[in-house]
Design a protein around this ligand. Structure first.
Ligand code: FAD
Length: 500
């Protein structure tokens, strides 16, 4: 029998997770569901200068927002990918670019023809066939659906932005859709004695926010999912040992790069994120191998412009809640789990959590089958992202510091070991179900990290050598021509979406 629909939702937290959930749920559910959001200015948020992946653009489309307006508000720039420097060995560099690489042909993906051409002595790198990589190398950018009139897909991009400003923008959207904001600190969580379901949040002021469904976006505090409900946490530090970060902004540098940099350091790595008016920087490191003071010195010694303030320290335990939906509470953002921002996945995991919740939306019955499916899908997504991050570390050839020697001997999660063996065998990549990172992402990091397939697929030999040269040469030329016609990234931003 149809049970009554939910009529009220309370969101705890007004960081990126809280306001993203508020805006998207309000848009999807309309006025049938009352949404309240509680946040405390005294506690504040984690949001720094952050990098995203292309799926974030769906949020604008869903909310009906103009992309340039969002970018202006969040001081955003365009992001074509992430450049990894010194990860394989000092002096080595590659990019994980978001666009497709080359074209498939017949039954085979592009890399099989590229591997065959290499076996025949061609020296063009994989990234000669990526429009994003070529544009990034020249600091150029333009929105482009296709490469000329060819079947090659065009530029695929994400944003670098000020996450605090982005959350404020979403707050405006959420409030215009009827979300009611409460300022104050939650002092107590009321639970039903019979089954532990959450009944209400009680603020220090005495105000009581009752609801049927609670979304825990309280950040690392995880006040509801852990504080009240004791969901438990899976610690993944044996695979991803970094546990601290220091973040600081610095003055803007030129040229304005259309990509994030992830530069390996002696006991971790450092990000550089170019915004319109300044750059975001951070040093992610493992406290077992470097002290906080040393880590701060490394960060400050490797800024490209003067620091704008003191570094901010953050501590974390990589991993995820054993259950991210428990009773009538769903955790999103840092309350659900954390993985270092090496592939800029955290904000995306919030977005996909919201969309999963909407597709499994419960009624007042809270059927456990919906909860279990939510938890199963969430774990699948987190574990695949984890494996992709581990790939960057476990394949290093560095043995110059204890940290990198440790990383080179990390025990591999099963799924990753399988993927590596398959790629080594004959360059194949199999995407597991609808895991976040597609074959083209795995391909670039595998090749970038120096994994050499022993052979290419036998069917690639079916293409005559002259035809192979023409096939590959044609793509390189089209991409080169398209990139030459693009403005610089700085010109494009100044023209399309300058921050006021
Ligand atoms: P928070 O921002 O911590 O917000 C928590 C909210 O809960 C606040 O509003 C606070 O007031 C409220 N709150 C907590 N307790 C109470 C209480 N008792 N009463 C009332 N209110 C309360 N992600 C990316 O996608 N790309 C990146 O490049 C990236 N870089 C990162 C770098 C670092 C070092 C870190 C730590 C994270 C990074 N992230 C990145 C992750 C990203 O910052 C977070 O996923 C995102 O900001 C969501 O945070 P949040 O909203 O879950 O938590």
């Amino acid at each position: 029998m149809q049970k009554p629909a939910l009529e009220s939702v309370a969101i705890l937290g007004g960081g990126t997770a809280g306001w993203m959930a508020a805006a998207l749920l309000a848009k999807a559910l309309g006025s049938r569901v009352r949404i309240a959001l509680v946040e405390s200015a005294d506690i504040g948020t984690v949001g720094v200068c952050e990098a995203t992946i292309p799926q974030i653009r769906h949020i604008n489309a869903f909310l009906g927002l103009d992309e340039n307006a969002v970018m202006r508000a969040a001081q955003a720039t365009f992001k074509l990918g992430i450049q990894f420097n010194d990860w394989l060995r000092p002096g080595h560099s590659y990019i994980h670019a978001f666009s497709d690489i080359g074209l498939p042909y017949g039954l085979l993906p592009f890399q099989q023809y590229w591997l065959r051409a290499r076996a025949l002595g061609q020296t063009h790198g994989l990234w000669a066939y990526s429009i994003n990589a070529q544009a990034a190398a020249q600091n150029r950018f333009a929105r482009m659906e296709r490469v000329g009139s060819s079947p090659l897909t065009g530029v695929r991009y994400a944003y670098h932005f000020d996450a605090g400003l982005y959350a404020q923008h979403l707050r405006g959207v959420a409030e215009s859709l009827g979300v009611v904001r409460h300022e104050g600190k939650v002092a107590h969580v009321e639970q039903r004695p019979e089954d532990g379901f959450i009944d209400a949040l009680v603020l220090e002021s005495g105000a009581r926010i009752a609801a049927e469904l609670f979304i825990d976006c309280s950040g690392f505090r995880a006040l509801l999912i852990e504080g009240a409900l004791r969901a438990g946490y899976d610690d993944w530090r044996r695979w991803l040992p970094c546990d601290r970060a220091l973040a600081v902004a610095s003055a803007r540098v030129t040229p304005l790069r259309p990509y994030t940099q992830a530069n390996a350091r002696t006991a971790g790595w450092q990000w550089r994120i170019p915004l319109q008016a300044r750059s975001g920087n951070g040093h992610v490191y493992c406290s077992e191998f470097i002290s906080d003071d040393e880590a701060a010195s490394v960060l400050l010694a490797n800024l490209e412009g003067p620091a704008l303030g003191e570094p901010r320290a953050l501590r974390f335990t990589t991993g995820m809640r054993k259950q991210t939906w428990l009773r009538n509470c769903v955790a999103l953002g840092l309350a659900a789990g954390f993985m270092e921002p090496l592939e800029s996945t955290s904000i995306h995991l919030i977005q996909s959590g919201i969309s999963r919740l909407l597709s499994l939306w419960p009624d007042r019955d809270f059927d456990p089958a919906l909860r279990d499916e939510y938890n199963r899908q969430t774990r699948f997504e987190y574990e695949r992202v984890r494996d992709f991050l581990v790939l960057h570390y476990c394949t290093t050839q560095r043995d110059d510091t204890p940290f990198w020697r440790h990383c080179a001997h990390i025990d591999l999660p099963d799924g990753l070991a399988r993927k590596l063996a398959l790629f080594r065998a004959n360059g194949q990549i199999v995407r597991d179900g609808d895991e976040l990172f597609a074959e083209v992402a795995w391909l670039q990091v595998m090749v970038g990290q120096g994994i050499e397939p022993q052979r290419h697929h036998a069917l690639a030999d079916g293409m005559e050598v002259a035809r192979l040269d023409e096939f590959l040469g044609g793509m390189r030329m089209l991409i080169k021509r398209a990139v030459a016609g693009m403005p610089t990234h700085a010109q494009y931003v100044a023209e399309q979406c300058p921050a006021s």
